[in-house]
Write a protein that binds this ligand. Structure first.
Ligand code: AMP
Ligand code: MN
Ligand code: MN
Ligand code: MN
Length: 286
């Protein structure tokens, strides 16, 4: 099984269209694929149609921005029904704060000398309601502030660095509830990215589980071997399903291409064995 259950199209901060992603996933040997754009479902119909054409099993997904203990955490929803109103209404609410945040980020960046930060980020965004830090990072690269987006995120746009602005997303409980209400499985995205202590991580995972969360990404484009081992252990400890995900955004930008991550370590239950995903490729009943 070559599953890749987390990636981004131009409907959020990826550079490829859903059709291009489906073709790339298929060409790379993926046989179970999810599109998980940030805070919106706009690319799913197009992704599913192309996946069906290619004979590639497809799962509707989303990656929801959450604020937990003053930190930003991402929760992926897999096998969600995009027509579930509380989910789409909840996501609309999450997106509504994004634009105000983008304007505040642009102001902060212009103080550094970045030219027309908001207009440039908007020009690079495929979806005007989803301007985010990746778009600003690409503007900073264009204007010579850093060599690539990874270098941008080392010096800018993160807490304690220029261009960062505080923002409150939705709660962990709301995100999980929307996903479960839509028939999906909630997954903690790239847990290795949060730089939490062991105790803090266990607290996050316990709260997530109590809210109805069922899975964590063990294999992620943001994880090296040590993170994979550590989160495989935590998945076993909590009894979470394990997910495998590239978090692909763009060629020449993402460290791991679609379907090219490591296999899941042994002794885990893969999230594609969750009942919601076993039936996902058959689509939701009309
Ligand atoms: P936002 O939701 O607007 O805060 O943007 C978050 C996005 O920024 C993530 O989904 C990544 O695509 C990107 N990002 C955050 N941190 C990094 C990093 N260290 N390196 C590369 N991209 C990053
Ligand atoms: Mn992103
Ligand atoms: Mn993420
Ligand atoms: Mn992502």
């Amino acid at each position: 099984m070559n599953a890749d259950l987390h990636c981004h199209s131009c409907h959020s901060d990826g550079l490829l269209s859903p059709v291009e992603l489906a073709r790339r996933a298929h060409a790379n040997g993926v046989n179970l694929w999810a599109l998980t754009d940030h805070d919106n479902l706009g690319g799913l119909a197009e992704a599913r149609a192309e996946a069906v054409r290619l004979g590639l099993d497809f799962v509707d997904g989303v990656e929801i921005s959450v604020t937990w203990m003053d930190m930003t955490i991402h929760v992926v929803g897999l096998a969600i029904d995009p027509r579930h109103a509380p989910l789409s209404e909840g996501l609309a609410q999450v997106r509504s704060g994004r634009d105000a945040r983008a304007l505040r980020m642009a102001e902060a960046l212009e103080l550094l000398g970045v030219r027309d930060a908001y207009q440039n980020a908007l020009r690079l965004a495929g979806n005007p309601s989803l301007v985010g830090r990746s778009h600003f990072a690409r503007v900073l690269v264009e204007q010579g502030y850093a060599a690539d987006v990874h270098a941008v995120f080392r010096s800018y746009l993160v807490r304690g660095r220029p261009g960062y602005v505080e923002h409150r997303w939705t709660s962990l409980a709301c995100a999980v509830q929307w996903i479960r209400g839509a028939g999906g499985v909630a997954v903690i995205a790239h847990p290795g990215r949060y730089r939490l202590s062991g105790d803090q991580m266990r607290r996050l995972l316990a709260e997530f589980q109590a809210a109805g969360g069922e899975a964590i990404e063990v294999v992620s484009g943001s994880h090296g071997e040590p993170e994979m081992r550590a989160f495989a252990r935590m998945a076993r400890e909590f009894g979470f399903y394990a997910s495998r995900a590239s978090d692909f955004h763009a060629p020449d930008e993402s460290p791991v291409d679609l379907g090219r991550g490591a296999p899941l370590p042994d002794g885990l239950t893969a999230v594609w064995h969750a009942p919601a995903l076993r039936f996902a490729s058959e689509g939701h009943p009309a």
